[in-house]
Ligand binder design. Structure first.
Ligand SMILES: C[S@@+](CC[C@H](N)C(=O)[O-])C[C@H]1O[C@@H](n2cnc3c(N)ncnc32)[C@H](O)[C@@H]1O
Length: 295
């Protein structure tokens, strides 16, 4: 009779058989890979998830290989991925993903600004110090209202801010809003009535939806920049400021020549908050020479 433990040698498992992984019915086969996948110690995973991008906790104890894994893990845990959804175009998915991972979008949310664009005006003002207390400002292409919020805060209760956009905007404290197309021939008069007096600064962040055709988009933004300048010429006080969005290459030669004639200082500026892959930049014209000199 065979010994139950296989002591007689018949049922004794061989060295090879002993190592063979047992596969139970319905279960996945057990990996036989000799090199187990690299994993981080459990406690490190938690620490990494709570660190800033690129920061690796417990640097001293992590080997070089582990550090690379930690970086990847940290990046993955902070970078929000957006799943494609039925009916959503790839371009919309990518836009959504960029928005969710844009530090200025997050900052705007946290600081109560309606748009990330608010930081562009803050950057412009940091550089040129144009928004002084008590100043009177007209904001062309104001929706959703980030620039109006910044301008209103900077000029204070004694200043005045009027914004126009053909899109509807919820009210902003200390700001008067006009829902109208700026190209409507009645728009300049309506704005003048609302501001009821001289203007220190005309801002234009106006931009029509882009077509993707470079020349068309450039011409459309130049046209808006020019009509903004025409309005600025009519309302600005001597010493006044005009800021307008332009595209790559800045204001065209003709427009630049006109700006230089009308203002003492004209520069192009790309705010650090403006996306590096965007062609937008701003023309900043300071020191309006006044009607008599400009004509
Ligand atoms: C980049 S957004 C402005 C963002 C704004 N500066 C902010 O901080 O929220 C450009 C705006 O220009 C407006 N716009 C473009 N053409 C316009 C026009 N002809 N009249 C009025 N608004 C216009 C668009 O509706 C859009 O809201």
């Amino acid at each position: 009779m065979a010994h139950p433990s296989g002591k007689n040698g018949k049922n004794k498992p061989t060295k090879r058989a002993a190592k063979k992984p047992v596969r139970k019915a319905g279960k996945k086969p057990i990996s036989r890979s000799r090199t187990p996948p690299r994993t981080l110690p459990k406690q490190s995973d938690a620490a990494i998830a709570g660190t800033a991008l690129g920061e690796v906790p417990e640097k001293r104890v992590l080997s070089k290989a582990l550090k690379a894994d930690a970086d990847q893990l940290a990046r993955r845990s902070l970078h929000k991925k957006v799943k494609t959804a039925r009916g959503r175009k790839l371009s919309s998915t990518l836009w959504l993903e960029r928005q969710l991972n844009d530090p200025y979008v997050m900052r705007a949310k946290a600081e109560g600004y309606r748009s990330r664009a608010a930081y562009k005006l803050l950057d412009i003002d940091e550089k040129y110090k144009i928004l002084k207390k008590g100043a009177r400002v007209v904001d062309l292409g104001a929706a959703p209202g980030g620039w109006c919020q910044v301008a209103s805060k900077k000029v204070g209760a004694k200043g005045r801010v009027v914004g126009i956009d053909y899109l509807e905007m919820p009210a902003i404290e200390n700001v008067q809003l006009l829902q109208m197309d700026f190209n409507d021939p009645a728009a300049p008069e309506a704005l003048k009535k609302m501001i009821a007096g001289p203007v220190d600064i005309v801002l234009s962040d106006m931009a029509a939806p882009t077509t993707g055709h470079k020349q068309t988009d450039h011409m459309s933004i130049m046209a808006l920049c020019e009509s903004g300048l025409e309005f600025a010429e009519e309302v600005l006080v001597p010493g006044g400021v005009y800021v307008a969005k332009t595209f790559q290459g800045g204001a065209g030669n003709d427009l630049l020549a006109r700006l230089k004639k009308l203002f003492t200082k004209v520069t192009h500026f790309k705010p650090k908050s403006s996306r590096a892959d965007s062609a937008e930049m701003y023309v900043v014209a300071i020191g309006f020479r006044g009607e008599s000199q400009s004509k």
